[in-house]
Design a protein around this ligand. Structure first.
Ligand SMILES: Cc1cc2nc3c(=O)[nH]c(=O)nc-3n(C[C@H](O)[C@H](O)[C@H](O)COP(=O)(O)OP(=O)(O)OC[C@H]3O[C@@H](n4cnc5c(N)ncnc54)[C@H](O)[C@@H]3O)c2cc1C
Length: 604
């Protein structure tokens, strides 16, 4: 029998980013006992890396903004396969969640009359992103942590959950290991909220940190939950590409929001060459108008650099393929040019984009107030995730909830920048509230000791095989290369078929990886255990991407380059079949109520 500590909570929240913290705060405020587990130290989640801001129709900078416009923008950005109920709730509730952060102590940048300042971002019609310079995520995490820490939440840091445990259909516990000491932990819970973030580490070039290995997606899938929209992966157009050690690191969209422009090697602003029909009416047709928009002229329309991320990424790829790229295979992002327009421009850039200034200065020895940056697309976010009920965030597994990046629905085929930080506080709160409610209706379930023993045995198997087996990193790198090359920004049937065929040999290799040393802080062992998650999400992405024979949002196929109206009628679902194989199906999109359709009509 493996040795493990047992903890018991009414609600267990797995993940301590914005979604997890907000869920834990809400559940705890409802009077139930709450445990919060995270892989790294508290405060180090992905959310802390968020830069540009939180989208919420506060209408502080432009009084034409309201929840209806935000809703319409989100649906257009998601190309109408979003869960419209989630998009509606998100647009309606985000302003209150932002004001609540302010009341809890978040120090936002201010307008001259003391309101929360809002900035422009891609796909948002009006300036909508509440921000703290380009360190918004840090302020969000700090605020939620400060608030949460006084609520009596039990925090289990540096603990990775590797399995969810069920009693019949219902989820009743989770099993994991402490990263530092390697000891096992068993959590009993009446309800569990997954808030584990994304899957970026399935790709070679990514803005995501080591933590984002698709754990929540896989835990849910293995427990019988449906995953939805997994083909929709967001490739952010602006990641660093040089030097190689920092390739993929994010360059915030706020650079373009503040007036930064994209140029090819000929010095031309190529984004004016290709403006999609459904955005033409909202997009500037000349550089002067675009500049005026970034400076708050309400009569001007946004520059094409602020079109949605999927489109901007593809335009960059096109320039590079046409031989008009930068020396290291990207294009140029120029914010330095605004010095010609703004007195004290260099100081202005440093004030508005302090992290970007330091990031390039320290990592690339480049001063962004003087020199254009070299950038290219980077895997950034997954729109797909656990399929949840829009109001409660519960999955199809009773007692299992999901919120934030690991849940699907709100973003459809493409997420607008800023909509994640608002998503995580809106639906984090809802998940916490409904998980607490659910837990009140339940008794503690029975944990199957045999299942726990089996989970521990499987987790320790890489040690049994020892260091003579193949190392986990070789398998991880091979998978990342394959996903990058064959299921990346531009996809097609033969390449994705090759990826699908390539997954089984990788699984076989993953089953044989071995590690040496002991259980105390052993990154090789952790990487070995992550492989199952990375392979599962990669298979889900590939199968769904093969099935969606059109291009929509983050999913672009050069063998089906157009949108197919017939494909706007369903979401793709994967679930674990009885024999253990991944099964794919289509779920028809529920009919949108007439009043929401009218809002979209009125805001095109
Ligand atoms: C560089 C960067 C900049 C960004 N800027 C913005 C922005 O300006 N605006 C915006 O809206 N969005 C932005 N995003 C996206 C946004 O930050 C994320 O989508 C969002 O923070 C996700 O929050 P989350 O709470 O869902 O998960 P995360 O913040 O990713 O937290 C996940 C948590 O789950 C834990 N976890 C994972 N697996 C396990 C496991 N197996 N066991 C236990 N714990 C686990 C992790 O330790 C972590 O605590 C940015 C993303 C990046 C990478």
């Amino acid at each position: 029998m493996p040795d493990y500590q047992t903890h018991e909570h009414d609600v267990l929240v797995i993940g301590a980013g914005g979604a997890g913290l907000r869920a834990a705060i809400e559940a705890s405020a409802a009077g139930v006992s709450v445990g919060l587990v995270c892989k790294s130290l508290l405060g180090k989640a992905h959310t802390v890396m968020a830069e540009g801001g939180i989208a919420a129709a506060l209408s502080n900078v432009d009084d034409r903004d309201n929840w209806q416009v935000h809703f319409a923008d989100t649906m257009r950005g998601g190309q109408y396969v979003n869960n419209w109920r989630m998009a509606e709730l998100h647009a309606k509730e985000a302003p209150d969640r932002v004001r609540e952060l302010e009341a809890w102590g978040a120090v936002f940048d201010r307008t001259s009359d003391g309101k929360i300042l809002q900035r422009n971002f891609g796909g948002h019609r009006y300036p909508r992103l509440a921000h703290v310079g380009d360190r918004t995520g840090l302020e969000m995490i700090r605020t939620l942590q400060d608030h949460g820490i006084h609520q009596g939440i039990d925090v289990h840091m540096e603990c990775t959950i590797i399995r969810l445990l069920k009693d019949g259909d219902r989820v009743v516990g989770a099993f994991g290991y402490e990263r530092e000491r390697g000891r096992f932990k068993l959590f009993r819970a009446k309800a569990i909220v997954l808030a584990t973030g994304g899957v970026g580490r399935a790709y070679k070039i990514t803005s995501n940190s080591w933590e984002y290995t698709g754990d929540g997606h896989t835990l849910a899938y293995d427990a019988g939950a449906d995953l939805m929209d997994m083909e929709f992966v967001q490739f952010h157009p602006t990641g660093m590409i040089w030097p190689p050690s920092v390739r993929g690191l994010l360059v915030t969209e706020a650079v373009r929001g503040e007036g930064g422009v994209l140029r090819n090697s000929e010095g031309r602003r190529f984004m004016f060459d290709d403006i999609p029909a459904n955005y033409r009416a909202q997009t500037a047709d000349n550089e002067e108008e675009g500049w005026r928009y970034t400076q708050g002229d309400k009569a001007a329309r946004r520059p094409p650099e602020l079109l949605t991320r999927d489109h901007v990424s593809r335009c960059i790829v096109r320039e590079v393929k046409a031989g008009r790229g930068s020396p290291h295979g990207g294009v140029f992002l120029d914010i330095a040019w605004i010095k010609a327009r703004i007195p004290n421009g260099a100081e202005h850039i440093k004030k508005k984009l302090p992290s970007m200034y330091h990031q390039f200065k320290q990592l690339a020895d480049l001063d962004i107030t003087q020199t254009p940056m070299e950038i290219g697309p980077t895997t950034h976010y997954i729109m797909g995730g656990v399929r949840v009920d829009g109001d409660t965030q519960m999955s199809n597994v009773p007692g299992l909830f999901a919120a934030g990046e690991c849940a699907a629905g709100i973003n459809g085929a493409n997420r607008l920048g800023g909509n994640s930080l608002s998503d995580i506080i809106v639906f984090g709160k809802r998940a916490g509230e409904y998980a607490a409610r659910f837990s009140r209706t339940q008794t503690s379930g029975t944990i199957d000791a045999g299942e726990v023993e089996e989970a521990a045995r499987q987790a320790l198997a890489p040690f049994d095989r020892g260091p003579s087996g193949e190392g986990p990193y070789q398998v991880q790198y091979a998978l990342q290369d394959m996903m990058q090359d064959l299921v990346g920004i531009v996809r097609n049937e033969p390449e994705m078929q090759r990826a699908l065929e390539g997954l089984e040999p990788l699984r076989e290799r993953a089953r044989r990886v071995g590690v040496g040393g002991h259980r105390e802080y052993n990154p090789g062992w952790h990487a070995a255990l992550d492989l199952h998650n990375l392979l599962t999400v990669s298979e889900a992405i590939t199968r769904c991407a093969l099935e969606r024979k059109e291009s929509r949002g983050g999913h672009f196929r050069d063998d089906h380059p157009d949108k197919d109206p017939a494909c706007a009628t369903f979401n793709l679902i994967v679930r674990k079949g009885r024999g253990g194989d991944m099964e794919l199906s289509r779920a028809p999109l529920p009919e949108m109520p007439a009043e929401l359709k009218a809002i979209i009509e009125a805001n095109t």
